[in-house]
Each structure stands twice: as structure tokens, then as C-alpha cells.
Design a protein. Structure first.
Length: 149
């Protein structure tokens, strides 16, 4: 009976997940964002939809792909990536709310000495401002943590 109930929950798209079972396999894309007029790198086509929705990023007019790195995190294990501006980005899984086609991920993120709790949909990108890259541009991070392939 317990097995049939589990199959039913999976079939309707609801899978209960305890916090200690949360495992995130993410990709962190580093982007140089400039206020000067310019082009947007074609590698950033999917990410641009998330950037354009963020009002605080309207000042940027050109975007350049720098690199993409994997990051794995759980509730008990923080994942970290060394950034192009010599800072460190860290992410810790807090919770995952699974729902059919709308999985919400809650994470604690930190860049350098600042930290924050963020929520985002697993099919979208979490955009994080990571400080100054050089005198002409700032560093943005686009974090993707798809729960299903």
C-alpha cells in the first residue's frame, strides 16, 4: 500500500523531500556586464531573459560570457566557486519545493563577505551581482540548478 501511495505522489508531480535529502547540481555562469553600449554574447541568449526581468540590471547594455563552472551543494555541504574578480561565490541548499513544472529552490548565497537567502524556479536562472570585475565592467553570476534533466 505504501508503494502504491508513493507511485501516486510521483505520478501527480508531488514528491516530498526532506531537507537533508536536498542535493543541487548547479552551473555558475560568470558574465562581464558593462554600462557602455555594446553587444551581448550569443552564449548568453537563454540567460538574458532572466537578466532583462531584473530592474536593478537595467543600467547594463552589453554582456560578455566569461566561463561556466559546476557547483554541487546540499543542506550540509556548501559549494564554492572562485570568481574572475578573485572573490568566492558560495551556495548552500536550504529547501526544494517540488511541484509539477514549478520547482522552487531556496538557497543561501554569499559573495565575498555579503550573504543572502534567495528563492528561484529551477527552470530559471538566479542572477547575482558579484561586484566589480574591472574598471569598465561588473561581474554577474547566472546560477542554474535544474532538478530534472
Amino acid at each position: 500500500m505504501r508503494f502504491l501511495f508513493s507511485v501516486f505522489l510521483i505520478a501527480v508531480g508531488f514528491v516530498p523531500v526532506r531537507a537533508e535529502e536536498v542535493y543541487l547540481s548547479c552551473q555558475v555562469t560568470q558574465i562581464a556586464a558593462s554600462e557602455a553600449e555594446g553587444k551581448t554574447d550569443s552564449k548568453l541568449k537563454k540567460i538574458m531573459k532572466s537578466i532583462e526581468k531584473d530592474e536593478s540590471l537595467k543600467k547594463y547594455h552589453s554582456f560578455k560570457f566569461l566561463n561556466k563552472k559546476p557547483l554541487s551543494a546540499t543542506k550540509d555541504k556548501t559549494g564554492s566557486v572562485k570568481l574572475k574578480n578573485k572573490s568566492t561565490f558560495s551556495l548552500t541548499a536550504v529547501s526544494v519545493h517540488r511541484a509539477q513544472r514549478k520547482n522552487t529552490i531556496t538557497v543561501d548565497v554569499s559573495v565575498g563577505s555579503s550573504s543572502d537567502r534567495k528563492k528561484f524556479m529551477d527552470r530559471n536562472y538566479l542572477i547575482v551581482a558579484a561586484g566589480e570585475l574591472d574598471k569598465k565592467s561588473d561581474l554577474l553570476l547566472a546560477v542554474s540548478c535544474p532538478l530534472f534533466p
